[in-house]
Design a protein around this ligand. Sequence first.
Ligand SMILES: Nc1ncnc2c1ncn2[C@@H]1O[C@H](COP(=O)(O)OP(=O)(O)O)[C@@H](O)[C@H]1O
Ligand SMILES: Cc1ncsc1CCOP(=O)(O)O
Ligand SMILES: [Mg+2]
Length: 275
Amino acid sequence: MRSDLIHHCFTTFKDTSPLVHNITNDVANNTVANVLLAAGASPAMVHDINEAPEFVQLAQALAINIGTLTHTTLQSMLATVEVAHTQSIPWILDPVAVGASSFRQQACTELLKFKPDVIRGNASEILALAGMSSRTKGTDSGDSVDRAKEAAQQLTQYAKVVVITGAIDWATDGTHSYSVNHGHPMMTQVTALGCALTALIAGFIGANTLKTEDSNSNSSSLLNAATTALCYYGQAGELAAQEAQGPGSFYLHFLDALYNLEAQTLIDHLRVTSS
Ligand SMILES: Nc1ncnc2c1ncn2[C@@H]1O[C@H](COP(=O)(O)OP(=O)(O)O)[C@@H](O)[C@H]1O
Ligand SMILES: Cc1ncsc1CCOP(=O)(O)O
Ligand SMILES: [Mg+2]
């Protein structure tokens, strides 16, 4: 991906400071909010069916995460994504541990009917969501990103862009794809950093996509925005790992790195390839 496009997506995100509506899980709520704030966005956690479908209309993007799904939250998610879909408010699905139970699988089948703009999951989640066998370890992945690429391609029938994260992240719109070689293994040792990345991608797509009828230009804007978020997040992980002594201090340094990372630093250190 061209570095000038990454620069543009990054500065547009910072200038917009998008409001991101999250219906996320009990483990992730605080971390997601802290990551969005450190990056320069505004988080809101609004879960109840009595207000979420109304609240989403104020937001630039919606992030849906099934990590601690309940019957009640699922009803709220479905009502809220219906509004987002109808009003072209970009939304992203994080299918946490979808391979672990039929409840999660059926919930995702219902959610996918409202056509997420982006799906972001680890390799096992992307495989399971596409109905392929996976070595899911609950919320963690037991599969390689490469093994999940065909599944991601298949899922582009439901979402305009599909992102697989892992050692080297991969984002595709079904036609164009990018590999992002950033990040650090320590990112798997702090819970909810995948969930927080999903919310950050929501912020990037909310800030960088126009409400347009042109679905081709829309999917390339979504792919560019999602890929820029991956580069930013991964580089922040690398910077934090240079300072950290373990997972606790990594988390603090990670928030600081997200807060301090500048556009020129991002551009100078890019490791993203077309693939
Ligand atoms: N082995 C690894 N090396 C470098 N970065 C990684 C590695 N595994 C995961 N990451 C990064 O950690 C973040 C969360 O991804 P992941 O662990 O796949 O999500 P989840 O927490 O949902 O399973 C992403 O930014 C990803 O690039
Ligand atoms: C541990 C756990 N259990 C249910 S949701 C959750 C958090 C998962 O976070 P992530 O997918 O970002 O690692
Ligand atoms: Mg996850």
